[in-house]
Design a protein around this ligand. Structure first.
Ligand SMILES: NC(=O)c1ccc[n+]([C@@H]2O[C@H](COP(=O)([O-])OP(=O)(O)OC[C@H]3O[C@@H](n4cnc5c(N)ncnc54)[C@H](O)[C@@H]3O)[C@@H](O)[C@H]2O)c1
Length: 401
């Protein structure tokens, strides 16, 4: 069986690497640089080793392409393209639409189309299927299914094999073929009764995290105003063996999922006349954390940051990855600069960001830890400035939330 995976980013390359162990995979991406790097055996994604790509290329089980016509003879297509927000924070299905166009224009025999991109309930049935039919020259009866991706890039304990995978087809035949495909490399498959349930479950998983993060971020502010340690209080609450799950405060949430997916859920809820006030407010609380952090640092530094050198440590959105999408470091830096601080940043995992390179972890008046990679030594952070504010709670004996 030949498989095409549209989008060779975090999700698409990861699935290609697993599928490539069992099928012949064509990785389609419209970014030529990514295609060239992959074909030269270099992975750009944490968790996908270059050696795996090289081994698949050698065994003729993988190649990357930006040519739509190379999809002409595949049996199964996985869609793994971005689903961001528009500038006015509405679901942006433009990438999904482009993927549908690629499928419609290049595949002229029935295949199984599986969407792994995160989107609102109804996307497969009411958007992807009609879009592919619109772009196809003739009427082709493709099979359609959804299997929302749950990969957590950079994570060692859970991967494609041992993370249960939700799926549902638009028809029983689509469900059956989807099960056959994933069962080759995933140990636990969970079929739900409709694509809409699978789509909604994925959004709810991330919304659950978003609102709990917002709750603990709000609680961090309450604890500080009460003069108690948020971390000690959370550890104390966490001794309850049931009915509690510990989340930790931060400078905000980043990445492609938590700041984005709940807005997909809120948008579709509001379209159907259902309130999503809780989800909307959680998003605001998380966005406001960067200002709260800058305010705290200003207050604790004599009320002004004018002309002070501030080093932001860790600009990736989470530890041990180079991904800076929606990183909380960005609004933190903006708030510090708005207060007159001279801001630089240190992150050797990210290396280059917005045309600048990582500064040394030393010589600042104030250091603010937004993300702590494992490779960053606690002692080096402490020595980097006379005042250190740690938003992660990982560095002992310094200022923090
Ligand atoms: N990154 C995660 O941790 C994660 C986890 C679960 C689900 N998801 C979801 O998976 C989807 C993909 O996310 P990602 O993190 O892999 O994104 P990504 O930005 O890492 O990769 C997307 C890739 O798609 C390519 N692309 C864009 N438009 C294209 C098109 N029309 N044709 C071909 N290629 C195209 C881009 O060049 C890029 O390489 C999103 O819906 C996301 O919400 C992501």
């Amino acid at each position: 069986m030949k498989v095409a995976v549209i989008g060779q980013g975090y999700v698409g390359l990861t699935i290609s690497a697993f599928a490539g162990q069992h099928f012949e995979v064509v990785g389609f991406d419209n970014n030529q640089k990514i295609v060239d790097r992959l074909n030269s055996g270099v992975s750009h994604i944490e968790g996908v080793e270059s050696a795996v790509i090289q081994q698949l290329i050698k065994a003729s089980r993988y190649r990357a392409t930006s040519e739509g016509r190379e999809l002409g003879n595949v049996d199964l297509v996985v869609i793994a393209v971005p689903t961001p927000l528009t500038p006015d924070r509405k679901p942006d299905l433009a990438y999904i639409d482009a993927a549908c166009k690629t499928i419609g224009e290049n595949i002229s025999r029935p295949v199984l189309v599986i969407n792994e991109s995160t989107s609102f309930p109804g996307t497969l049935r009411s958007y992807i299927k009609p879009a592919i039919e619109k772009y196809s020259k003739e009427k082709i009866e493709h099979l359609y299914a959804i299997s929302p991706e749950r990969v957590d890039p950079g994570r060692g304990d859970f991967n494609q094999k041992n993370t249960p995978r939700l799926f549902a087809g638009l028809t029983p035949e689509a469900s059956e073929k989807t099960r056959d495909f994933y069962s080759k490399f995933c140990h636990e498959l969970v079929e739900v009764s409709s694509p809409e349930v699978a789509e909604a479950a994925k959004l709810f998983e991330n919304t659950f995290r978003q609102v709990n993060i917002a709750l603990v971020n709000e609680f961090a502010q309450i604890a500080h105003s009460l003069g108690i340690s948020v971390y000690e209080t959370l550890d104390a609450a966490n001794t309850k063996p049931y009915g509690f799950m510990k989340f930790t405060p931060s400078a905000g949430v980043g990445g492609h999922c938590i700041p984005v997916d709940p807005t997909y859920l809120a948008a579709v809820a509001e379209e159907h006349g259902a309130p999503a006030t809780f989800i909307r407010r959680a998003n605001e609380v998380n966005l406001e954390m960067s200002k709260y952090v800058a305010d705290r640092i200003q207050v604790e530094n004599g009320g002004t940051l004018e002309g002070k050198s501030v080093l932001v440590v860790g600009v990736a959105y989470k530890p041990n990855v180079a991904d800076v999408r929606e990183t909380a470091a960005e609004p933190v830096i903006e708030h510090l600069r708005a207060r007159g601080a001279v801001v630089s940043w240190h992150d050797e995992v990210v290396g280059t960001w917005k045309g600048a390179t990582s500064s040394p972890l030393a010589g600042a008046e104030i250091s603010v830890v937004v993300t702590k990679h494992d490779s960053v030594k606690e002692a080096d952070v402490i020595a980097s400035a006379p005042y250190v504010f740690d938003t992660t709670g990982k560095i002992k004996g310094v200022h923090g939330l």
